[in-house]
Structure formats: C-alpha cells, structure tokens
Design a binder for this molecule. Structure first.
Ligand code: ZN
Length: 318
C-alpha cells in the first residue's frame, strides 16, 4: 500500500505580497508581506517536507533522489514541477523566463513555462500578458526608452480564468490577484521593469534587460487554452492544458469524484471547500490549501465533499 504524500507549505516574503494566505487559506504566515506559498516544491529555494506516513519529515528533493519508485523510476535529475499559490497585494515585476536550452546554458537550471488559475481577483484587476513589438529591434527600443504603455499588453482577469504562460512570454500578475501557479521547477526570472519600486532599505530590485530581450518571443504568441470538461454525476474534471511540461486539471467535487491516474504521479492542491480523499480504504482530511502528491503506487482515489482542486502531472518531456 502507498499513501498520498501531504506536504508542508513554504512561505516566501515578497515586496508585492499580502496576507490572503492567512485570511483566505487560513495559513499561519509569519508576516503580512507573504507573496508565495510554495505548495509542492523540490526546488532548492524552498523544498517541501512530507507531513504524514512512512516518509514523514523527509524532503521532496531527497525522495526524488532516494525513492525513485515513488515517481515511477524517472530519469530526470530533478523533480520537474512546482506548484505555488501567489497573493499579489501589489503588482509583480514585468518579467520573462527562459526556455530549457537558455536556462540550462546560462543559469544551470530548467527554463520556466508556467500557467495560472485565477482563484480570486479584485474588480478591475489586470495581468500583463504579451507585448506589441513586431521585431526584436523594436522590442529593445521600447524597453530602452521605457515605453511601457506602448509595449505591454494588458488583459482584464476574473475569478476562474486560466492562462498559459510559455517561456518567452512577457508577463506580470497584477494587483489584487490570487493565483494558483503550476510551473516547471525553476526560479529563473528576468525582470524587465519593476515600476521603479524601492524596498524598505531604499533599494530597487535588479533588472535583466539584455537577457529579457534575448529570450522574449517576438512577435508575441500566446496559445489559447482549449479547456475540456467531463461531467461525472454532479462533479466534473476540467482539462486545461496538456503540454510537454505538464498537464493541468481542475477537479470540481460536489459530493464524490473518483479519479484514475494516467501518469506516474499526480500533484494536487485544494483551492476551495473541504472534504476528504479515500485511498485504499483509508481517509485523509482535505481543507483549503492542502497539497499532496499521489505516488506511483496509488493508482486511483475517491474525493468526497465540496471541493475545488487544481491538479497536475508531468508532461511527456518532463
Ligand atoms: Zn513568471
């Protein structure tokens, strides 16, 4: 028998962070500038620790190295996925991430393709999603001249929206947005513009202008998300993305939902409601913010309650 691996959240303080990880998710956060909960992570900048079962107290990166059977004996050197909840009390910097080739060559880690499920958004909230430059020369010129209004494409967002953000996409999460992010396990961010903000000590954050110009996709091209919904009684499974990096789903549980796994391991984070999950006849309580991984030995599970869950699996090249 194998158990789901429940993971302890890792909180990250950010200049743009807030307190909704406490007020909305009920987490005991250390201060009111917490921008990110690294819910499922084996990245060295914030590693998840298992909270239950035979692996209690162990780190996810060590399990990946020492217990490959939990993940279907993968060949990759690093756990490829990272799930975060982000609370943007203020705007995040305008940024872009490299692809794997550039990331591995220049930063020694994977590139970063990410996607966002909007858990909540204040009225009028916007993201930056793409740009209007037609050539790389024009992109460089607009950045050097600080013509942000001409360059950046702004998109209004609302609760329940989903955005795919492939590497090379200029983007920013705007003020008042709470997001669940599924991404490649990478912490490489090239900051293009930071609103000339200063921290408590009067310091600005570093910009990475040349790298940003190098890695941005020109002209911008952001694929539309083709969501598919399969109803199962009063519950449903929505597929948002099936990419080489990850597949991402929403499980809407109204009463009961049985899920059969179609990858060696599956990650999930509860974003709304409460209930429990039953695995091999054993029940595990689920509350908002709970995150777990179903390892290779767990082939199916049944969710009970009134729950909204974002789940992900490694894609074929992960
Ligand atoms: Zn990003």
């Amino acid at each position: 028998m194998q158990e789901p691996l429940f993971l302890k959240p890792v909180f990250q303080e950010k200049i743009w962070g807030g307190s909704r990880l406490k007020t909305v998710f009920g987490f005991d956060i250390p201060n009111d500038k917490i921008g990110e909960d690294w819910a499922i992570s084996a990245h060295p900048h914030g590693v998840s620790i298992v909270e239950n079962g035979q692996f209690k107290g162990q780190k996810l990166d060590e399990l990946w190295t020492n217990h490959k059977e939990l993940f279907g004996n993968p060949e990759g050197p690093v756990f490829p996925l990272l799930t975060k909840i982000l609370d943007a009390e203020d705007e995040l910097s305008v940024q872009v991430h490299p692809d794997d080739a550039y990331g591995l060559k220049h930063e020694g880690e994977l590139g970063k393709t990410e996607c966002w499920y909007v858990i909540d958004a204040e009225p009028g909230a916007e993201i930056i999603y793409g740009h209007h430059a037609k050539t790389r020369e024009e992109l460089a010129e607009m950045i050097h001249e600080g013509r942000w209004d001409d360059l950046l494409k702004r998109v209004p967002v609302k609760k329940g929206d989903f955005y795919y953000v492939p590497s090379g996409t200029i983007h920013a999460i705007g003020k008042g947005i709470l997001i669940l992010e599924t991404q490649q396990s990478s912490d490489t961010t090239y900051r293009v513009y930071d609103y000339d903000r200063k921290d408590d000590q009067g310091n600005t954050r570093e910009l990475h202008i040349q790298q940003s110009i190098d890695v941005t996709t020109v002209p911008a091209s952001v694929p539309a998300v083709q969501m598919k919904e399969v109803r199962k009684g009063s519950s449903s499974i929505i597929t948002y993305l099936e990419t080489e990096f990850f597949n991402v789903y929403e499980w809407k549980v109204a009463g009961k939902l049985q899920v059969k796994k179609n990858a060696p391991y599956t990650l999930m984070t509860v974003i709304k409601g409460q209930g429990h999950v039953e695995v091999d006849g054993k029940e595990y309580p689920l509350t908002k913010g709970a995150s777990c991984i179903f390892p290779d030995g767990v082939k199916e599970w049944t969710l009970f309650g009134d729950l909204d869950i974002i789940a992900s699996e490694p894609g074929e090249n992960a």
